[in-house]
Design a protein around this ligand. Structure first.
Ligand code: UT7
Length: 328
């Protein structure tokens, strides 16, 4: 196959499960365990008003499936033309097979396309997009479906108010295609495993039994500090690779974790806050799904238009972080 100069976003899609949990609902739930939280604290410290939880029957692949169908429809892409499927997730349906293989089957793609998951927690979508971009530009594949999908509600310890108020479930997807017109302009990915302990779900399965804790643990202030530090740096790195300055960016679509971190990065880059897409208030932190969810919202409400330059950036467990610049 011919190598192309770019991979380009042809269509976006997303899905939020039906159960909307407000801060008030969550506060009432925590009160049953004798744990106090309230809407004022959550809004003031995070910017989150609500989040969505999957029903017990919904697995991550089910959320990804709907987001994928919507992206494929928007891209007017024939299912069987998809040659590569990547799901960024830390909440896969199973230990294996990968969620991407399950999505391939549920979509009815029977062409032997490659399918695998990427595990980079909240940076997962940026990682997945960069991997797909490399494989497309190198000429290995022409069309890819790249998703971020999570059921983080299943990892939450509802007795830990410092973490359970932050996360929600959801999925976002993009269809990428080989192109000679500008698409993904640059990306930068990083990790530092020495910080694994500050954000983790440190359990594993041994002999069919979960060993350790499979619940999410986070040292919030430590993550906050690191996030603020690396996000500006990696954004500037991606901009430099694309030979662009921050003022050439039409939209900043950051990982939606905390409004204080998001605003801080936006300000440090010298971008007006109006140029940042914020879905955090309604969606909460959906980990790898947050960026493609926000992108799809902004595409569908008409903010993001063809030719717009978007800076996406994320940070998460691992520790991982990354940024990419997309010309829509
Ligand atoms: O998606 C991956 C990346 N993740 C992130 O980027 C998350 C980064 N971290 C954060 O967003 C923030 O650190 C948090 C939102 C998690 C916490 O905010 P904070 O301003 O760092 O608060 P804190 O942890 O320093 O806690 C301040 C106080 C504590 O009480 P004392 O010790 O001052 O009496 C906490 O016990 O707030 C208390 N607190 C709460 N109070 C009511 C913690 N959680 C809650 C809560 N409701 N849910």
């Amino acid at each position: 196959m011919m190598a192309h100069s770019y991979s380009r976003v042809l269509g976006t899609g997303s899905y939020l499960p039906r159960i909307r949990i407000t801060n008030q609902t969550l506060a009432e739930r925590l009160a049953q365990y004798g744990i106090e939280t309230n809407d004022e604290w959550i809004v003031a410290r995070t910017g989150i008003h609500s989040r969505y939880f999957s029903t017990p029957e919904q697995a991550t692949s089910d959320l990804a499936l709907i987001a994928a169908r919507r992206a494929l429809e928007a891209a007017r892409m024939d299912l069987q033309a998809i040659e590569l499927i990547i799901v960024a997730t830390s909440t896969p349906d199973f230990v294996f097979p990968s969620t991407a293989c399950l999505v391939q089957d549920k979509l009815g793609i029977r062409n032997g396309s490659a399918a695998f998951d990427v595990q980079a927690v909240c940076s997962g979508f940026v990682y997945a997009l960069a991997v797909a971009d490399g494989l497309i530009r190198g000429g290995t594949y022409r069309n890819a479906l790249v998703m971020g999908a999570e059921t983080f509600s299943r990892l939450l310890d509802f007795k830990d108010r410092t973490t359970c108020v932050l996360f929600g479930d959801g999925a976002g997807a993009v269809v990428l295609t080989a192109s000679d017109y500008p698409g993904l302009l640059a990306s930068a990915l990083h990790a530092d495993g020495s910080y694994a302990h500050i954000l983790c779900a440190p359990g594993n399965v041994n002999g069919g039994i979960v060993q350790g804790s499979a619940l999410l643990h986070m040292d919030g202030p430590a993550v906050f500090k690191l996030a603020v530090n690396v996000l500006e740096k990696v954004a500037r790195e991606a901009l430099a690779k694309a030979n662009m300055s921050a003022d050439q960016i039409d939209w900043l679509i950051p990982h939606q974790a905390n409004i204080r971190i998001m605003r801080g990065t936006c300000r440090k880059l010298g971008l007006p806050l109006e140029r940042m897409v914020v879905t955090l208030g309604e969606h909460g932190n959906t980990s790898a799904a947050s960026i493609p969810l926000a992108l799809d919202v902004a595409v569908r409400d008409g903010r993001v238009k063809a030719g717009d330059r978007i800076l996406i950036e994320g940070v998460g467990g691992g520790f991982t972080w990354g940024a990419a610049i997309i010309c829509m």
